[in-house]
Design a protein around this ligand. Structure first.
Ligand SMILES: Nc1ncnc2c1ncn2[C@@H]1O[C@H](COP(=O)(O)OP(=O)(O)OP(=O)(O)O)[C@@H](O)[C@H]1O
Ligand SMILES: [Mg+2]
Length: 224
């Protein structure tokens, strides 16, 4: 059975946040980290595509628009596998609360939106550990675009310009990110992602997330 559907038995706790760019993931996770640290918890924050082994290669390939969606998917998977082995799993074994700013679900949403086969990409990430809590910030792509593009145009890949959906980056962004959102919504049922309305205030979302995490931690005998 795939690991992503199996509860892990490590001492620590894994939380991930998902959603399109600008949905407020990092804002919430930073607040969560500060709160958990102030409660005396050991916390590790890890970001998508940040493994030193591979992120430079991905950056270079992106610059030159060299690779097919499937090859990109594999590069991101290598990055993820490296971080899982070197950083995430050891921290979970040591009892840390690991906060993942994007997780395997990002690949399932983005790569499938780029035309990659859903079963293929799920197989690639078969080794991933199932998070104890996975949150999905649901947002209208136009609202997200207003948040992140108030002083700049959407970036090439952010807008899915590699797919040639439109010559206008703003229009392309909305078409592409709508596809990504469609995939995320499927995962609410498939993987039990908890959907939160990203347009709620920062404070009210943070309160909800803390409550959910407190319940998860309590089940492991940890009071915060
Ligand atoms: N609830 C909210 N209401 C209004 N604005 C918000 C809210 N949450 C975050 N923002 C603002 O939206 C912008 C994007 O937020 P943030 O960087 O947390 O998103 P993100 O999901 O991490 O994006 P990315 O995937 O690009 O890293 C920031 O300027 C942030 O201050
Ligand atoms: Mg972010």
């Amino acid at each position: 059975m795939a690991k992503l559907t199996q509860t892990h038995e490590l001492k620590g706790t894994l939380v991930c946040v998902e959603g399109i760019d600008g949905s407020g993931k990092s804002t919430q996770l930073n607040l969560l980290r500060d709160w958990l640290k102030s409660c005396g918890q050991d916390v590790l924050y890890t970001e998508w595509n940040s493994s030193p082994l591979i992120s430079q290669t991905t950056k270079l390939a992106k610059k030159k628009n060299l690779l097919s969606p499937r090859t990109f998917s594999l590069l991101h998977a290598v990055d993820f596998a490296d971080r899982l082995k070197q950083v995430i799993a050891p921290a979970l074994k040591a009892g840390f609360i690991v906060l993942a700013d994007r997780y395997a679900y990002t690949a399932f949403a983005r790569d499938v939106a780029r035309g990659v086969d859903p079963s293929w990409v799920r197989n690639v990430y078969d080794f991933a550990i199932k998070p104890d809590l996975s949150i999905y910030f649901d947002i209208d792509p136009k609202v997200a675009m207003e948040r992140i593009c108030f002083n700049r145009a959407p970036k090439f890949y952010e807008a899915g310009m590699d797919l040639k959906l439109s010559n206008d980056p703003y229009e392309s962004y909305v078409i592409f990110q709508s596809r990504v959102i469609k995939e995320y919504k499927k995962m609410v049922k498939e993987y039990g992602l908890v959907k939160l309305d990203a347009t709620d205030s920062i404070h009210s979302k943070q309160v909800k997330i803390r409550e959910m995490l407190k319940t998860v931690l309590k089940a492991k005998g940890i009071e915060v």
